[in-house]
Design a binder for this molecule. Sequence first.
Ligand code: ATP
Ligand code: MG
Length: 385
Amino acid sequence: MAAVTTEAEIRSALRSVIDPELRRSIVELDMVRSVQINANGVVDVTVSLTTPGCPIRGHFQKSVVAALSDLDGVSHVNVYFDVLDDSEKAALKQKLGRGSLPEGSLAEVGSVLCVASGKGGVGKSTLTANLAAALSAEGRRTGVLDADVWGYSIPRMYGLGAVRPSVSAERKIVPLQASGVKVMSIGFFVEEDAAVVWRGPMLHKALTQFLEDVEWGALDHLLIDLPPGTGDVSMTLAQLLPQARFVIVTTPQPTAQKVARRSGEMARKLSLEIAGVIENMSGFVTPSGERFQIFGEGGGQQLADELDVPLLGKVPLTMPLREHADSGTPLVLENPDDPASQAIRYAAKGLVALSPLPSLPVIQVSQHPAPPAAPKPVGMSLPMA
Ligand SMILES: Nc1ncnc2c1ncn2[C@@H]1O[C@H](COP(=O)(O)OP(=O)(O)OP(=O)(O)O)[C@@H](O)[C@H]1O
Ligand SMILES: [Mg+2]
């Protein structure tokens, strides 16, 4: 039998095991409590969890066995679990610059896509709502988090105006369901059109709650509708979700594309990957078939080339897309043949191709340094229904 592997080799191999919520390696997170190599090649590994939640346990069980089974001299792998004690949890919180540790809500969430743009009104929310409905129609389990805490429009786009989410027995907020999509928005908790003032730490706390105190369950895609521009929300999300990717929305004219480039620069600065660009308001076709390039031409392709990412689609201006967004029924489901629906469904297929389905969360070892720590959250709880 080949020489038995050393503890150092085992620990090194365990770097490929990623905590699906903190999205870092269990070695980096000091969660490998012990490694014991027995004479017969049986290896016992104890992993310390932040929470005894079962979805995470199953993921670690499989990943640790997969990471070690092929090592020379390893005949069998036993995985044991315990839970970090309070002082270890405190040390981990400090290391991650977080006020709290997640408790399993994001453990079964696959790819996280943030829909961003350099400026307002380019169609982020409309595209997010329709892309998510299209992904769901493709059989993907999909959620939408409306992270535009100032100008939330996702509830309206799904016709969820007056509904409030309930709270589960585990004290988690249950997302609302619309068009096959799980939806969460600050709009469910405040009076319609009320102006909400957010101080930095409150904003951080609210976004953390939206991600971690919501019962997202198993999702293939979580789409996050960002506010326009490059601000605090993106910074906070980058810290909470280091494996999130950006989809950048731009209009076709070269000046818009310059502005959109800023979100590309921000994604790079935050060490987040850019999945692709979607050009919106790409021309208008009259009922008689005449085409007008109202907002110019070519900006999306130019930006995609510059960022070296795919152009996922060019979505034309159509009246029905706007009308359905206003009436709360995603056009991709109501009229899949509308030119805008076709383009959005094409973009959704592109996103599916970029996010192959794993058996559990999309987990990759980050090659990037950790993003900067956000300010420590204080106070504010979300008003629960
Ligand atoms: N391709 C399109 N065809 C027709 N109308 C569109 C199209 N894309 C967006 N709209 C309309 O443009 C308006 C702005 O879109 P939306 O609210 O989605 O933009 P946004 O980028 O999310 O804005 P904000 O930056 O304010 O969050 C909405 O009325 C929407 O219905
Ligand atoms: Mg919006």
